[in-house]
Design a protein around this ligand. Sequence first.
Ligand SMILES: [Zn+2]
Ligand SMILES: [Zn+2]
Length: 193
Amino acid sequence: MKLSIDQLSETPTPQAFAVTPEWWRASGGAAAEVAEAIGEAVEFRVEAHRMGVDVFLEGEASGALELACGRCLARYRAPILERFRLVLEPAGHRVPADPEGAAALARDGLFLADELESGWFRGSPIDLSAFIHEVIALLLPVQPLCREDCRGLCPHCGADRNAESCNCVEKNPASPFAALEVLRGGSSGGGNR
Ligand SMILES: [Zn+2]
Ligand SMILES: [Zn+2]
């Protein structure tokens, strides 16, 4: 997604961009699992305007991600809404200290600071793809859960404990009976009374 800096005025200009898995791969988005999580429905909206020599961007990523639950493995849709603000200063003759940042400024006309709230631009148009990548990658949960209290799969028989209960006995190492059962060589599960 390109942004024509030289056409911006002090009135915000709205733009919308559909984020697709195909675009993610083609534009060099890092994590492949993000491309899998992007359904048909992630939209990136941005309003940009000039503030003196700076450029101010404000917008949101919205829609849903399609994730696999870390406990029961079920696929589920997670609604997303992430708002952002980004202030860009003209880079002038400055060069970012880190080589990656310098390469991004040369390639995209955009260098992002660590917090994703500020950065530098150079020339026009600038390419916002790297920024879109960052915003959406941050939306991926570290531990995806289909619901807060997902009971997961039984480690013994694989039954989905959200849907059915199985007869496997939870081995409780704190219980003296469990230790006794190990001594007896009984490891096949089943109730002990
Ligand atoms: Zn689950
Ligand atoms: Zn079981």
